[in-house]
Ligand binder design. Structure first.
Ligand code: HEC
Length: 304
């Protein structure tokens, strides 16, 4: 009898252990599903649901310029998912994509030998990895962005780190993104441990923290505000926001990394952005990327 009880207790302990092991993303998954539900509801029928979601937009504008019945996969186009007019301009520019040369440059950089004879191939044998970053590094107990991983590869091989916002960095990331897209891969961010879950929570906290005299958070604009027009731009939803980076922005006249774009938003909030290789930025990117899990990687792309 006793041995039966001991066995039963051991079994319960074992199964609860096994459950926990796979369960570190439980909260993140709950957050993600709630986001998908909210964003799908918001863009199901903007005219009909004006009072609930778009009280500051006229029914006429909602009818003429907002697509409806959008589903999960549609949202990886940023604001072009729903903004009909902007989407037409976007499709026209896509006919002659201004980032093609950058992809070629990225490919050349990938194969180019460092002074010590190694190359990026040594650090990244697989080039279809855009959907796997940021990654939680269990040894360092820290999130690593693809930008930081690239710079760490350079430094480990005796080379100088690159600018994290544009130039070579954006080109190599564009090459990775194009290869990941061609391979048909999806965003697949993992939260493998308690520490990783804490990093996710820290990123989420940053996202929802209100800053500056307007007390704006990322969420004010990209969740509650998603779909609202700010001057001549419409705010993209958090869902799908990272799947197309790096992007060539007409305003920049060049390709830029996700960090470049996010830093712009933080400056607009009247704040000083965290360094691109800081724990704060890494955790924020981790949260952002997890929210797009399951969506196709589809980069690089263009933006206004
Ligand atoms: C005052 C409103 C505002 C706030 C606050 C804000 N953003 Fe933005 N953000 C914009 C606008 C406007 C754009 C350009 C239009 C668009 O694509 O949403 C943009 C674009 C982006 C994009 C690019 C989307 C794409 O598809 O190209 C990302 C990513 C982003 N913001 C992240 C953030 C993060 C992270 C924060 C918080 C640190 C933040 N934003 C805070 C207004 C804001």
């Amino acid at each position: 009898m006793l041995s039966k009880i001991v066995k039963a207790v051991a079994l319960v302990a074992l199964t609860s252990c096994a459950l926990n092991a796979g369960d570190y993303n439980a909260q993140a998954e709950k957050d993600r599903l709630a986001l998908v539900k909210y964003i799908e509801a918001k863009f199901k029928d903007p005219v009909k649901n004006q009072a609930q979601f778009f009280p500051y937009t006229t029914k006429e504008e909602l009818a003429t310029d907002y697509a409806k019945n959008l589903k999960f996969d549609d949202f990886n186009l940023g604001s072009y998912a729903f903004a009909k007019d902007a989407k037409e301009q976007y499709e026209a520019i896509k006919e002659m994509p201004p980032y093609e040369d950058a992809i070629d440059e990225g490919e050349a950089l990938y194969h180019k030998k460092f002074a010590n004879g190694n190359s990026f191939e040594t650090c990244f044998p697989d080039v279809t990895i855009s959907g796997e970053y940021p990654k939680f590094d269990e040894k360092r107990k820290a999130v690593i962005s693809i930008t930081s991983a690239i710079n760490e590869c350079l430094v480990a091989n005796g080379e100088k780190a690159w600018n994290t916002k544009k130039g070579h960095m954006a080109s190599l990331e564009a090459y990775f993104a194009s290869q990941t897209t061609e391979a048909g891969k999806k965003m697949d961010i993992k939260i493998p441990s308690k520490e990783a879950a804490n990093a996710y929570e820290a990123g989420k906290q940053y996202y929802y923290s209100q800053r500056g005299y307007l007390k704006l958070s990322c969420a004010s604009c990209h969740i509650q505000g998603a779909g609202q027009r700010v001057r001549n731009e419409k705010l993209s939803p958090l869902l799908g926001q990272v799947t197309q980076f790096p992007v060539h922005r007409l305003k920049w006249g060049s390709l830029g990394t996700l960090e470049r774009r996010i830093s712009g938003c933080i400056v607009d909030e009247g704040q000083v952005p965290p360094k691109d290789n800081s724990e704060e930025m890494h955790n924020l990117l981790y949260f952002l990327a997890y929210m797009s899990n399951g969506m196709a990687v589809d980069g690089p792309d263009i933006r206004k």
